[in-house]
Design a protein around this ligand. Structure first.
Ligand code: ADP
Length: 604
């Protein structure tokens, strides 16, 4: 990313920060207001105590103010400070513990909801995916940064107004010293922030490598394979080391530059100008010119660092806000993503099975790349049981993703009941199609919730039980002490049940029955079962789905025998079609596959 891309106009920086502020404010207005009030309260009290208060006391000693007046001043100040401290503790302990998580939750939920809307093709694009991961992982930090932004603004301004006025009254020329320090800091801080942002962007892919290795070692999914293939960890360790080295090199490359900038900022702009030059000026004014009192020398010098610090805080506000703005841009880009898979006309989807027509359809995952589906024509009549077969990579899964409208076609048309599927309401359409993938997921929730895929409160048990019976899980369910309320996976519950691959598949299949979809698509969901169990499950499933259309992919041709019609795919084309018997008679690739598989069973 060039410097030019990173420069954002003021309006954009402002809008972006206001965008997060609005989200925070709507999530917890009380916290935002209490937080700002606390900053004002704190800074005003610090001014009263350390600048005005000490000045008052020193002047009282130097010019002989009556003791009782000084005593009343000190006691009043003490009471104010005590009240302020109690309020500060209240804000920190009570409001921030509730308000801050609420604000972060609101932003996170917005992102999660959007993530659900993303087209699947976003996951195929590493650049987009990278930005998406960054937006979600940095979301919490942007809320913290916004609070820090408010802190900087209100602290800076309060100190500037209180201490600044004090300076103007006592010795206006002192402001020149403060300004020189201010301008230098401002320019250097901006350079510094840009370098940091560039470093972060460069480190991002390396950090993803580390996060990947991290996941492999803690996720359940990899545990078995890691134990059986210990050598794979060497490869992963190398990846981790490689990423660490790259991160070190990124830091090293800019270390000298960063040191030089902080040196100029901290020693020349701050220490030399403000401390050495300014104290010399004050002493000259008090002793040679006799223009200010000794107590003023002490207070001005003492408060100079506070005023200087407040201006430095103010100089930090804009670079800080523009750095935050670059991240917020990513969050907003993500939130503004317009899904492409949308309803063109929002037509109502038919309630009963209807004819699907795949008319000359072609598809490539990326425009211009090799087509993985090539001129396919298929008619699926209502209630038909259709099997898709073919070797790995033939295009079977892609074909059903298109049928489900997870991707849109580049050429041709898929119609349901003679209407292009793009014209139906997309949410209803997805409901019409009940799909079970081979890489389905079970969630850390109860059996019932895993079937209905929603909160189970108040949902009737009977249809859930029926769906589980249809998928063949009902018998296993009887062994669970808590029945449908048994938690699955041990993620949250110690007594959570871990199911075998075949059992888990049955739960996944029962989802399609529960949804009562008119079209059921099964992408090898029963592959974890042994051939006999798979055959039996498929047979009972197909019986249960008598009043539905079913499209299934299976590697096992014993199962495909149950289909009314079989389509054999190769390189994205249909090379053979017909019933099991017809295809055997054809004596082509399907028959060859059948002979190989049947041979295996006979040998066993
Ligand atoms: P099958 O289900 O028959 O094994 P797939 O439909 O999964 O085949 O894959 C067909 C082709 O599309 C393969 O060459 C595969 O590499 C490619 N492919 C699958 N998914 C993607 C994707 N998300 N992005 C790019 N190419 C993909």
């Amino acid at each position: 990313m060039s410097d030019k891309d990173m420069k954002q106009p003021f309006k954009q920086v402002w809008n972006n920060n206001m965008f997060i502020l609005k989200i925070c404010f709507s999530a917890s207005p009380l916290y935002v207001l209490a937080f700002i009030f606390d900053i004002l309260r704190n800074q005003i009290l610090i001014f009263l105590e350390h600048t005005y208060g000490i000045g008052y006391v020193l002047e009282s000693v130097e010019f002989g103010r009556p003791f009782h007046k000084v005593a009343v001043f000190i006691i009043t100040l003490f009471i104010l400070i005590s009240l302020g401290m109690i309020y500060g503790a209240f804000v920190n302990q009570l409001i921030s513990k509730k308000g801050l998580p609420k604000m972060k939750q609101k932003l996170k939920f917005m992102l999660y909801e959007k993530a659900q809307e993303l087209d699947l093709e976003c996951y195929d694009n590493p650049e987009y995916y990278n930005e998406f991961v960054l937006a979600v992982s940095e979301a919490d930090k942007q809320v913290d940064r916004l609070m820090e932004f408010l802190n900087k603004i209100f602290t800076g301004l309060t100190v500037l107004i209180t201490t600044g006025t004090y300076f103007l009254v006592k010795d206006w020329f002192s402001i020149i010293f403060v300004l020189i320090s201010f301008i230098l800091s401002f320019m250097l801080m901006q350079v510094f922030n840009k370098i940091n942002f560039k470093i972060r962007l460069k480190k991002n892919p390396e950090e993803r490598k580390r996060a990947y290795v991290n996941r492999v070692f803690y996720l359940n999914d990899y545990a078995k394979e890691l134990r059986l293939n210990p050598d794979v960890s060497d490869k992963l360790f190398d990846k981790f080391k490689e990423a660490n080295k790259a991160i070190y090199n990124i830091d090293k490359a800019s270390a000298k530059k960063k040191f030089l900038i902080s040196f100029v900022r901290d020693y020349i702009s701050n220490d030399f100008i403000s401390d050495v030059l300014y104290i010399t000026y004050l002493v000259y004014k008090a002793t040679v010119l006799n223009a200010i009192s000794y107590s003023s020398v002490v207070i001005l010098f003492n408060s100079f660092s506070r005023l200087k610090q407040s201006l430095r805080t103010i100089t930090e506000i804009y670079p800080y806000a523009s750095e935050t703005s670059l991240y917020i841009d990513k969050i907003r880009n993500f939130l503004n993503y317009e899904p492409k898979i949308v309803s063109r006309k929002k037509l109502a989807v038919p309630e009963t099975p209807k004819t699907f027509e795949l008319n000359n359809i072609s598809f490539a995952y990326k425009e211009g790349e090799k087509r993985v589906i090539n001129n396919i024509n298929i008619t699926i009549k209502p209630y038909e049981k259709i099997a898709l077969v073919g070797y790995n990579g033939a295009g079977k899964t892609t074909l059903i993703k298109l049928l489900m409208r997870l991707y849109d076609l580049q050429e041709g048309m898929i119609s349901l009941n003679d209407i292009n599927i793009k014209d139906y309401d997309v949410v209803q359409y997805h409901d019409y199609v009940g799909t079970v993938f081979q890489d389905y997921m079970l969630y850390a929730a109860t059996v019932k919730e895993n079937v209905i895929m929603d909160n189970a409160d108040g949902v009737a048990e009977k249809p859930v039980m029926t769906a589980l019976e249809q998928s063949g899980f009902a018998q296993r369910l009887q062994s669970f002490k808590h029945g449908l309320d048994t938690p699955l996976t041990a993620e949250f519950e110690e007594d959570g049940v871990n199911l075998s691959g075949g059992e888990a598949q049955k739960i996944a299949i029962s989802r399609a029955f529960y949804k009562d979809s008119s079209l059921i698509i099964l992408d090898e969901p029963s592959s974890a079962l042994d051939p006999i169990a798979e055959y039996q499950l498929n047979q009972s499933m197909l019986e249960a789905a008598a009043n539905k259309t079913v499209v299934f992919i299976s590697h096992r041709l014993s199962t495909t025998r149950l289909a009314d019609k079989i389509f054999m795919l190769e390189n994205g084309r249909i090379i053979e079609e017909g019933s099991h018997e017809e295809l055997l008679q054809l004596n082509g690739k399907y028959a060859e596959m059948w002979r190989v598989q049947a041979g295996q069973y006979i040998e066993v």
